[in-house]
Design a protein around this ligand. Structure first.
Ligand SMILES: [Zn+2]
Ligand SMILES: [Zn+2]
Length: 263
C-alpha cells in the first residue's frame, strides 16, 4: 500500500513546486483518489503511475483547488486507453458532492474528441454523509463539515480504512473539530488542511484533545507554511511531537512508514 501526495497547496495563486490539493492511495493494484486539484493526473502519470489503474475518486467539495484537475485526470485516463487499446474495459466511480457541477464537467468532456465515448466507463455517485464504499480492503465514510454553508454548497470530511490502516482526511474545514466524530475512533494518519488555520495551534489543540492520532500530516497549505515551512514544522513538532509532518508534492509513504512514524 502506498500513499502519495500529488498536490499540497491550498487555493493560492500558482506556487513554485506545489499544486492544488490531491492525494492517492494505491492498494491491490488499484488507485483511489482523494480530491483532484490541478495537475494531479499529469503529476501521477509523469511520475510513472499507471493511471489506468484508477478505480475511484472521492471529492470533498466543489472548490477549484479540489476539482480543478478532475477533468484532465479523466481525460488523461481515456487518452491512455487509446494508447493501450488492449486494456480490458473498466469503470471509474466518481463520488462528487454536487451533481449539477459534475454534469457541467462531463459536458466539457463530451465536447472533446469522439464525444468522449469508449475507453472506459465513468460512474457518478452523489456524496452523502455515511458509508460511501465498503469492501474488506477499503472502507470510505464521510461526514458533512462546516467549511461552507451547507444550505448552499456541501463540503465533506472522509474516514478511510485501507486494510488495517485508518486515515482521517479533513478536506477543508472550519475547525479540526468538524472531524471529531472520526477522531474519536482514533486513526493511524490524519491529513489535516492548514490553509484556513494556524497549523501550530491546530497541532497543539489536537495534542491536547488526546485522540489517538498515529501521525499528523498537514496538507492544503496556506501562506504560513508556504512562506516558512521549516519554521512552521519546528512549531508543529514542538506542539504535537516527531510524528507530525508537512506534506510536499510527490511525497510518498507506506503503511509501514505510518507504523514507524517515518513520514
Ligand atoms: Zn481548499
Ligand atoms: Zn474550499
Amino acid at each position: 500500500m502506498r500513499f502519495t501526495i500529488w498536490g499540497s497547496c491550498s487555493g493560492t495563486e500558482p506556487m513554485p513546486g506545489r499544486h492544488h490539493t490531491s492525494w492517492t492511495l494505491e492498494q491491490n493494484g488499484e488507485i483511489t483518489w482523494f480530491d483532484a486539484g490541478e495537475n494531479c493526473g499529469y503529476a501521477a502519470h509523469t511520475a510513472g503511475r499507471d493511471i489506468l489503474r484508477t478505480r475511484r475518486i472521492f471529492i470533498t467539495h466543489s472548490h477549484m483547488d479540489h476539482v480543478g484537475g478532475l477533468l484532465h485526470l479523466l481525460w488523461a485516463i481515456r487518452k491512455m486507453t487509446t494508447m493501450r487499446p488492449e486494456t480490458p474495459s473498466f469503470t471509474v466511480d466518481v463520488y462528487f458532492p454536487e451533481m449539477q457541477v459534475y454534469e457541467g464537467l462531463m459536458q466539457i468532456l463530451r465536447c472533446t474528441e469522439g464525444g468522449f465515448e469508449g475507453g472506459y466507463t465513468i460512474r457518478p455517485h452523489l456524496v452523502r454523509p455515511g458509508t460511501l464504499y465498503d469492501t474488506p480492503e477499503l472502507t470510505v465514510r464521510c461526514l458533512a463539515n462546516h467549511h461552507l454553508d451547507a444550505r448552499n454548497q456541501p463540503s465533506y470530511s472522509y474516514a478511510i480504512r485501507a486494510d488495517r490502516t485508518g486515515v482521517v482526511w479533513s478536506g477543508d474545514v472550519r475547525t479540526w473539530r468538524d472531524t471529531e466524530e472520526f477522531l474519536r475512533e482514533g486513526c493511524d494518519l490524519m491529513l489535516m488542511e492548514s490553509g484556513h488555520h494556524d497549523p501550530a495551534v491546530v497541532a497543539a489543540e489536537l495534542k491536547g484533545a488526546g485522540y489517538r492520532i498515529g501521525n499528523l500530516l498537514f496538507v492544503h497549505h496556506g501562506r504560513r507554511i508556504l512562506y516558512d515551512p521549516y519554521g512552521q514544522l519546528e512549531k508543529i513538532r514542538g506542539a504535537f511531537g516527531p510524528n507530525s509532518q508537512i506534506a510536499c508534492d510527490g511525497m510518498t509513504f507506506s503503511e509501514d512508514d505510518l507504523a514507524a512514524h517515518r513520514l
